[in-house]
Design a protein around this ligand. Structure first.
Ligand code: ZN
Length: 343
């Protein structure tokens, strides 16, 4: 990126009320068939336009074609039965009804490639596309076939690699793998999680990122955060190995969280998407607050590698709030840019 401090979001943006129930995660679509496909494209156009109006530098689809950041991808795979559902504990935190792996998993057709092509046609700005990470996929399913988390993760990594290569081929600039599970299963992350992630990203002809956060501002996450103590040091267990990985960009939660920012130096040399917008609060950050978080991060991240971002997705927020938070992010980055490069 030629611009200093290029801004982006972690991924999701609120959906319009005519597409899905607002301020609700994983809410059902309000349309079906061709009407749904058309409505998703319209929503994508709006999400893009709102990012562009706010001055966001690296834009996304706002995840307008996805009901859930993991299961919508899995729905397109063979070997997973969505009728056979089991209740499991996700990320050791909350129970959910999930589909079952019943046979060898594969990707019979591309999943998001047409959507990415459509986004590419709408803008000349760099675009980022989010995919679930292999470990988070494994953690969002019941596995009745492989019965081995690592093995299933590498099977998913192979599938994700096919999708990532196809997304890069239609002009996606950054492919981001969402791995909130990395903040929970530290031993597995270091044993096989990062290796599976690298396999998903292997040979992909664009930049790759991994997003690791403390989740949306939903009750289960807020309760979990209360148990994490005064300092959230989860990143300390995983960043050293990520620093040596092939992943180009690490996307982390910073603003209003209890993550000690000095942990960012554990990935010194990588580009870091620094979360400077709290997605668990309706309070709009001031540009000065955003700039203050970014300025603190600058002690540990080289200026040319600091990418201002949101802490996580904004899907559950009211649209008006999300829009203002986008503007705050952009204005905060501009403040800091001006400090570093006064004109
Ligand atoms: Zn997140």
């Amino acid at each position: 990126m030629s611009i200093l401090f290029p801004t982006s979001t972690a991924g999701s943006l609120p959906k319009p009320a005519w597409l899905a129930e607002p301020e609700t995660l994983w809410s059902a679509w309000k349309l079906s068939g061709q009407h749904l496909a058309d409505a998703q494209q319209d929503a994508l156009r709006i999400a893009l336009q709102e990012q562009q109006v706010a001055g966001i530098d690296i834009v996304s689809d706002g995840e307008q074609t996805r009901q859930h950041f993991v299961t919508t991808f899995i729905e397109h795979l063979a070997g997973v039965d969505f009728q056979q559902r089991q209740r499991v504990r996700i990320r050791n935190r909350y129970e959910a009804s999930v589909p079952t792996v019943v046979g060898p998993v594969s990707r019979p057709t591309p999943v998001f490639v047409e959507h990415a092509k459509f986004l590419r046609q709408q803008t000349d700005k760099p675009i980022k596309w989010a995919l679930p990470g292999p470990m988070t996929m494994v953690d969002t399913l019941f596995d009745a076939h492989y019965k081995n988390r690592a093995q299933l993760a590498f099977e998913f990594a192979h599938i994700l690699n096919q999708e990532a290569k196809a997304l890069a081929a239609v002009g996606v600039d950054i492919i981001q793998f969402d791995e909130p599970a990395f903040n929970v299963f530290f031993d597995e992350v270091n044993d096989w999680g990062i290796a599976a992630l690298e396999q998903a990203a292997a040979g992909v002809h664009c930049e790759t990122a991994v997003h690791i956060c403390y989740g949306y501002g939903i009750a289960a996450n807020t309760e979990w955060k209360k148990t994490l103590g005064s300092q959230w040091r989860q990143y300390e267990a995983i960043l050293p190995k990520l620093q040596h990985s092939s992943i180009d960009i690490i996307s982390l939660e910073c603003h209003n969280s209890r993550v000690p920012l000095e942990l960012l130096q554990l990935v010194r040399g990588k580009k870091v998407m620094v979360g400077a917008i709290d997605v668990a609060s309706h309070i709009i950050e001031t540009p000065a607050e955003v700039a203050a978080t970014l300025r603190s991060a600058l002690q540990y991240v080289d200026a040319d590698k600091l990418y201002p971002c949101t802490n996580c997705g904004m899907a559950p927020l009211p649209r008006q709030i999300a829009r203002q938070k986008l503007q705050a992010l952009s204005a905060g980055a501009a403040l800091l840019r001006h400090e570093m490069q006064p004109t």
